[in-house]
Write a protein that binds this ligand. Structure first.
Ligand SMILES: N[C@@H](CCC(=O)N[C@@H](CS)C(=O)NCC(=O)O)C(=O)O
Length: 233
């Protein structure tokens, strides 16, 4: 495993990557990176993690991903980035439980939930920033309440699949909406509320989650323009 969880910043030396080792570049509080960390954990894919300072990015990180975004995967001379692409790559390249359906119709329906989830994240962001009220967020999230009604305990049915690991990081962060006095209510979101409790039991979620206080501390530092990437270390 990599030497430290502390984030690497501009001017740092590239931490050497051993032959064959899969590395994920991450930021501990990034929901996109968490998507990929969830898949790595759930599929038990051996890997190491290198956290980067996203305000003062190391030069060697920008050489590997010119967009400078996490997650980014590196193994030998292979580089993959964009969370959804990383996750499809990991599912295809590694053995173990497959998270993407081989049934074309099921795969298409799952992909709709994955691709249109950006509407939820955008509304969540605007609500959290007090740019918008809750209407849009509630409307978009209702589609996922409906999906659970049709699918069962998880978006994947009786077990989690790629949809679950794609959307989960934001479900973990819905509790941040207490900052703007919003809470998911049992009348509108009974299945989502039960789902959130169920997901917290998954080993992959336990391995990648932060508690509410840590998320709140990070988000407040982020909103103040001084993100505390190493909070708690
Ligand atoms: N579309 C990208 C988004 C990733 C992303 O925005 N990650 C943030 C951290 S949460 C980041 O790396 N930000 C650095 C920047 O914007 O310069 C993905 O799905 O991987």
């Amino acid at each position: 495993m990599a030497m430290t969880q502390k984030s690497f910043a501009t001017g740092s030396t590239y931490p050497p990557l051993a032959d064959g080792v899969l590395r994920v570049y991450s930021m501990r509080f990034c929901p996109f990176a968490q998507r990929t960390r969830l898949v790595l954990q759930h599929k038990k894919i051996p890997h190491e993690t290198v956290n980067v300072d996203l305000k003062k990015k190391p030069e060697w990180f920008l050489e590997r991903n010119p967009f400078g975004l996490v997650p980014t995967l590196e193994q030998g001379d292979k580089i993959v980035y964009e969370s959804n692409i990383c996750n499809v790559y990991l599912d295809e390249a590694y053995p173990g439980e497959k998270l993407i359906s081989t049934d074309p119709y099921q795969k298409a329906r799952d992909q709709i939930l994955i691709d249109t989830f950006g509407k939820v994240t955008a509304a969540h962001f605007k609500l959290l920033r007090n740019i918008d009220g809750p209407d849009e967020f509630v409307k978009e999230l209702k589609r996922y309440e409906e999906a659970l009604k049709q699918r069962g305990n998880y978006f994947g049915g009786n077990k989690p699949n790629m949809v679950d690991f794609t959307v989960w990081p934001w479900f973990e962060r819905f509790q941040l909406l207490e900052m703007v006095d919003f809470k998911l209510d049992a009348a509108n979101f009974p299945l989502i509320l039960a789902y959130i409790n169920r997901m917290y039991e998954l080993p992959a979620v336990k391995a990648t989650m932060f508690d509410k206080e840590s998320h709140l501390t990070f988000v407040k530092s982020y909103q103040a323009g001084e993100p505390n990437y190493d909070f708690g270390l």
